[in-house]
Design a protein around this ligand. Structure first.
Ligand code: TRP
Length: 454
């Protein structure tokens, strides 16, 4: 029996609330931590170009499709597919999303914990007067030699669970509306400082001047994975949020606005980071430590730098929190609606099991670095498998489902709110989800892992 009750479901209160919550899910460490380091490792400007192309050609259509499925069914991803395609295996797409949610939450919450460490370091004076080498050493020893990553993980996980326990509307909507604009403002101040450092122009060239020889199959796959990760798509997060969206919301507008906000924040993070990377003589391919080494260096060069440092890491932690709650919500909606557990029990079970996976991920670059699967430590395994494989695969199946196996008239009905909106883009959208997006994802994927070669 499912404990599903149509009338008891929570929903978002206003249009701004919808955008705030979905953008809150999308904007986070993916933009400020993951985007810069993946771009730095995969060719700079050329990567950015491919990234932007994928946002428009694939990202936005996938997000619209998830919103359609979610709002049409009012259910969690598994329940949604069961309702739309009874007795067919499509619900496995939803189940794959729940598995991805576990994997993402584990390493993502671990990185969220790093933001707490940097707040702590700011307050205790650990970031003052440090050279880039010292900052790199500090980051390394924090992860390699202490148990603090696990401690911060636990604290962050408990905060996430507490908010999800508080309910969808109250918990998610209010905090996002205030915090996100603040983060945006601070990011712009940091861009200004970074751009006025001596030697900054080299960083701008790196970010905005594409060198087409850098566009390899692997770089395109990394860009695809980064788009899915950053927009929170391919896993059912947006299906779940879509299920809380009211019937008069214009879903296409929501998808476009959220994607634009998310992309803007990623580019701003790039502008805040790369000029400083070159000004300080750091390698742009420093990997997952990049943001955490470069930005403290920028704060040192600012008047009132430690104030900005504290505010920035606080806001980044909150941006991460609005993302972790959206991932946990997928798991909880599945447990409570499909398995019939109460939300409280669902949250408890999810949180406790997350401790095992998340603490392992937190320590997998230190105490547990010898635990390797496919030659990757647990952190990298979770990070790469979700972004580059599970999310694009999920996205492919979602658009293929709507494009090929679901009545076009129903999709249109949902996008036009029952005929009230015009949806002039509809035939273009339909063409994209039937052909462009699935074929492009499949080709990028096969090319990226080396099965076919252009
Ligand atoms: N998009 C978020 C970020 O960029 C992370 C995130 C939240 C996510 N929910 C997700 C990633 C679902 C993939 C799938 O920080």
């Amino acid at each position: 029996m499912s404990g599903f009750d149509f009338n008891k479901r929570d929903s978002f209160g206003s249009r701004l609330g919808v955008i705030a919550a979905a953008a809150g899910s999308a904007v986070g460490l993916g933009n400020i931590w993951r985007f810069p380091y993946v771009l730095g490792e995969n060719g700079g400007g050329a990567f950015l170009l491919v990234y932007l192309l994928i946002v428009f050609a694939i990202g936005i259509p996938v997000m619209m499709s998830e919103l359609v499925i979610g709002r049409r069914t009012n259910r969690n991803p598994v329940g949604a597919f069961k309702l739309l395609a009874p007795r067919k295996p499509w619900y496995l797409v939803g189940l794959m999303g729940v598995v991805s949610a576990f994997m993402i939450l584990a390493f993502y919450t671990a990185v969220s914990g790093w933001t707490l460490e940097y707040m702590y370091q700011t307050v205790t004076g650990g970031l003052v007067d440090k050279s880039s080498d010292e900052l790199a050493g500090m980051f390394h020893s924090f992860r390699a030699e202490s148990l603090r990553p696990a401690l911060w993980f636990v604290i962050f996980m408990l905060a996430t669970s507490a908010i999800v326990l508080g309910g969808v509307r109250r918990g998610i909507e209010t905090s996002t509306k205030i915090m996100m604009p603040l983060l945006f403002v601070i990011l712009i101040i940091m861009c200004v400082r970074s751009l006025t450092l001596p030697g900054a122009s080299e960083g701008l060239d790196f970010l905005f001047k594409p060198d087409f020889s850098k566009i390899t199959g692997k770089a395109i796959l990394m860009a695809l994975g980064q788009v899915f990760f950053s927009l929170s798509i391919g896993m059912g997060t947006i299906i779940t949020y879509g299920s809380y969206i009211q019937k008069d919301n214009n879903l296409a507008n929501t998808a476009v606005q959220v994607s634009l906000i998310d992309t803007m924040v990623a580019v701003l993070a790039g502008v805040a980071i790369f000029p400083a990377v070159f000004a300080f003589g750091i390698s742009p391919s420093s990997g997952e430590s990049l943001t955490f080494i470069v930005l403290p260096g920028v704060f040192q060069q600012m008047a009132g730098g430690m104030f900005f440092s504290f505010m920035f890491f606080l806001l980044l932690a909150l941006a991460a929190l609005t993302s972790t709650i959206s991932v946990l919500e997928v798991i909880v909606a599945y447990f409570s609606e499909q398995l019939g557990w109460s939300r409280k029990v669902s949250i408890m079970v999810a949180t406790l099991s997350m401790f095992i996976l998340g603490i392992s991920a937190s320590l997998s670059l230190g105490v547990m670095q010898n635990v390797k699967i496919f030659d990757l430590n647990i952190f990298d395994l979770l990070n790469n498998t979700t972004a580059n494989i599970l999310l694009p695969l999920g996205g492919l199946l979602i658009v293929a489902f709507l494009g090929w196996f679901f009545p076009s008239r129903d999709v249109r009905d949902e996008l036009t709110n029952g005929g009230l909106l015009k949806a002039r883009y509809y035939y273009l959208y339909r063409f994209v989800i039937k052909f462009i997006a699935p074929i492009a994802i499949a080709l990028v994927f096969l090319n990226g892992i080396g099965i076919i070669k252009f």
